[in-house]
Design a protein around this ligand. Structure first.
Ligand code: SF4
Length: 367
């Protein structure tokens, strides 16, 4: 199958769903790590296609959602320093921090600009040599290589007014943290496609080996996801958990060597603060000493008030897979995409936004 439409073929999708139903004999709980998968699953009605034995939970794979309120507060504090330009991806601007948001302080006069890539931020720095330009680096292994490349470019071109606030996070360590907590019992994981393009399949091998949990890497089209679920159910039914790639057109077992080299050149591994999970050792990317002149954390220490979570918001529980958006009392009543209370409703990869946009599966008729 060469063309994207072929991965959306309704007849093939129904056939795969029937196949899953035929060999799914016992209840299984799967977690889709990635917010992109959550949106695709709800958008294409995949939860209604699969049998009731297959329960799906959203996980911590939305970069905006997992950014800790304390880290967002830091970005907001940086934006209020003199001669500062804050550059960030669009969704971050609308996420409420403890006391304000980037959008609110922009309205009050702070220079906050939405960019589509780190390289755009670098161009802004070049064009504004009297300003200090900070890029808010969120995301997983998918975005980290381009952020690393921008730091290397700034170094090469001697751009002295470009900085990165590195809030980048790593996927396998937080999967381990969730499994270690035991809060949500999982039988299988729909592993993220884009992240796996970079890291490959090997970093997940500890999951079936140490936890007995099945792992299948999936693409983002309906047939990709159904094929992934089919393989997960098969592994679980046969009690043969392992790591499989159901997205071979994007993912190689060894990943992307060049992208990994870029990350390793610029970043070292350290702890990261995750919304709803807390500090996870080894799950963050810290700018190496060699490039610390570009590290906004080191260049601009700011004093912060203690972070406060939005009252009544259950984003933390949703990120851990311990609750669904329907279990939040604010969902749809107070919290909507026009008036979001927490990041899971703001972000284009957030679970609450997906439930709001496409209808919660519990609202819709099953197969
Ligand atoms: Fe937070 Fe809104 Fe989601 Fe509730 S519905 S968890 S308030 S983002």
């Amino acid at each position: 199958m060469k063309f994207l439409e072929e991965f959306q073929d309704a007849r093939l999708a129904r056939g795969l769903a029937r196949r899953i139903a035929q060999h799914s004999t016992k209840p299984v709980r799967l977690m889709e790590f990635c917010g992109g998968h959550t949106h695709a699953i709800l958008r294409y009605g995949i939860r209604q296609l699969v049998p009731k034995t297959v329960e799906m939970r959203s996980g911590p794979g939305c970069p905006v959602c997992v950014t800790a309120t304390a880290d967002l507060d830091k970005a907001i504090a940086l934006a209020q320093l003199p001669d500062m330009v804050i550059t960030t991806f669009g969704d971050m601007v609308r996420v409420p921090g403890s006391y304000s948001s980037l959008q609110r302080i922009k309205a009050d006069g702070a220079d906050v600009r939405i960019v589509y890539s780190t390289m755009d931020a670098l161009e802004i720095a070049k064009a504004n040599p009297t300003k200090k330009v900070v890029f808010i680096g969120i995301g997983f292994e998918t975005t980290a290589p381009t952020i690393a490349a921008s730091i290397l470019k700034a170094c090469l071109e001697k751009i002295e007014n470009f900085y990165v606030l590195s809030l980048n996070k790593l996927t396998p360590p937080v999967m381990k943290a969730l499994l270690d907590s035991g809060e949500v019992k999982l039988d299988g994981i729909v592993c993220p496609g884009h992240v796996s393009v970079i890291i490959g399949s090997h970093p997940y091998e500890f999951i079936p080996r140490d936890y007995g949990v099945a792992c299948v890497i999936s693409g983002f089209e309906p047939l990709d996801i159904l094929l992934c679920i089919d393989k997960l159910v098969e592994q679980i039914e046969k009690r043969e958990p392992r790591v499989e790639i159901a997205y071979p057109r994007g993912v190689k077992p060894e990943g992307n060597k060049r992208a990994k080299q870029l990350m390793e050149e610029v970043f070292e591994i350290g702890a990261a603060n995750w919304r709803g999970i807390g500090i996870v050792p080894g799950s963050g990317l810290i700018i190496r000493k060699q490039y610390e002149q570009f590290d906004a954390d080191k260049a601009f220490p700011v004093k912060l008030e203690p972070a406060k979570e939005p009252k009544g918001c259950r984003c933390g529980d949703i990120i851990r897979g311990a609750a669904t958006p329907l279990e939040c009392q604010l969902f749809r009543k107070v919290c909507t995409p026009d008036s979001p209370v927490g990041p899971c409703m703001v972000s284009s990869e957030g679970a609450c936004a997906a439930y709001y946009l496409y209808g919660a599966p519990e609202d819709l008729p099953g197969p």
